[in-house]
Write a protein that binds this ligand. Structure first.
Ligand SMILES: *Cc1c(COP(=O)(O)O)cnc(C)c1O
Length: 409
């Protein structure tokens, strides 16, 4: 076949939605339309010489699915195209991605700085696990970049942030914090779950490693656990690949294949979900029984300007507080929040997010139950706070569901 001169033959010249349908695809000799699932743990060599060469790294074929497999490659390569990353490695869960990314950059005697508003598991890794291995950590209020600068020490090797944060959608200025990290010779790791690969590009803003829980929007249909770490060839192929190869927090071929197929519809899904989220944020903000709404592209968000600057959409997630007028004690506020969640019908009570199905969560009594009262309130997680992951249902049904439920409290 003659060489194709069409510029679109190079996936880098394709627009995002096209990359997500075709990126990374490698077809077998059968020319299958949909990507094959390589559900195998090992690989066969033509000869002992070939096996030796493979282990020597003289050819880049696969060895063992603890660290590489064609189904992982396709998922990783498609994600690299979307993220603008040189390399990536998929992991079993989002927590495996975060833990591997952070652990790959530190050893005993080092120091890590992290923003305060973190997903429960991430905060546990930074605050509880790192010190067990002799790595000190500082937790700072991420809303002001100066707090990171003040916390830096000569032995600080990494800054870890999540923006928007779970569950209060606080923002961290990625570009400003990247400059602080680099001035101190540290790497910046960004957990980009809430923004999705569509709405925020941490690598373009200066981050060194980006992590996702692929369990969330990338699968997006509540089926599989997964995660991924993206960054430069240097960081991924040396640090990240080695730790994954030797410790095994790997994704499974089946889950990598589901994630790969999930990416084909990611752009459509998160665009629709964020449109509904923006409408719901406005509706809730104007409702007399709602005290406060947290949505990065709603003008009431205290970091609205930053949200507009570093995110191309307000995201598919929002949070809000109810029941302020009906009582001031923490207990009565929880009552209103529970009553509201229980009165919803289309929106389900669960703790996942990024799903096709809309999900409401009461963080104080579920995802953040382990926090002390003081830690919880410091993170802005009152008992009247509800977190909403907006799904793919008809946006008007979601509005009607909330209108009905708010009438009940
Ligand atoms: C869910 C989540 C994680 C952890 O991902 P799992 O796939 O559940 O392990 C990490 N960070 C954020 C922001 C998340 O929402």
């Amino acid at each position: 076949m003659a060489e194709n001169k069409n510029p679109l033959a190079d996936p880098k010249n394709q627009r995002a939605a096209t990359k997500m349908v075709h990126g990374g695809t490698v077809r077998s000799q059968h020319g299958e339309t949909s990507e094959s699932l390589y559900l195998n743990s090992g690989f066969i060599y033509d000869s002992s010489d070939a096996a030796e060469a493979r282990f020597m790294g003289d050819d880049d074929g696969h060895i063992y699915s603890r660290f590489s497999n064609p189904s992982y490659d396709m998922f990783q390569d498609r994600m690299c195209l979307i993220e603008g990353a040189e390399a990536a490695r998929a992991t079993a869960t989002g927590m495996a991605a975060v833990t591997t990314a952070v652990m790959s950059q530190v050893r005993a005697g080092d120091h890590v700085v992290a923003s305060r508003a973190l997903f429960g598991g991430c905060r546990f890794v930074v605050e509880d696990y790192l010190p067990r291995w002799g790595v000190e950590s500082s937790i700072v209020d991420g809303r002001d970049p100066q707090n990171f600068a003040n916390a830096m020490r000569p032995n600080t090797k990494a800054i870890f942030i999540e923006t928007p944060s779970n569950p209060t959608l606080e923002l961290v200025d990625i570009e400003a914090v990247a400059k602080i990290a680099h001035a101190n010779g540290a790497v910046l790791i960004v957990d980009n779950v809430f923004a999705t690969p569509m709405f925020q590009k941490p690598l373009e803003l200066g981050a060194d490693l980006v992590t996702y829980s692929a369990t969330k929007h990338i699968d997006g249909q509540g089926r599989c656990m997964g995660g991924i770490i993206l960054g430069s060839k240097e960081l991924i192929e040396a640090d990240i690949h080695t730790i994954i190869r030797q410790t095994g927090p790997t994704i499974s071929p089946f889950n990598a294949w589901v994630m790969l197929k999930g990416l084909e519809t990611l752009a459509l899904r998160v665009e629709r979900m964020s449109q509904s989220a923006a409408k719901l944020a406005s509706f809730l903000a104007d409702h007399p029984k709602v005290d406060k709404v947290f949505y990065p592209h709603h003008p009431s968000h205290p970091q609205y300007e930053l949200g507009k600057r570093q995110m191309s959409s307000g995201s598919t997630m929002l949070a809000f507080e109810v029941g302020g007028a009906s009582g001031t004690s923490e207990g009565s506020n929880q009552e209103a929040a529970f009553k509201l969640a229980d009165a919803l019908s289309v929106v389900k009570i669960s703790n996942n997010l990024g799903d096709a199905k809309s999900i409401i969560t009461h963080p104080a009594t579920t995802t953040h139950q382990r926090f002390s009262e003081e830690e919880r309130l410091e993170a802005g997680i009152t008992r009247k706070l509800l977190r909403l992951s907006v799904g793919l249902e008809d946006g008007d049904d979601l509005l009607d569901d909330f209108a009905f439920a708010l009438d009940q409290i």
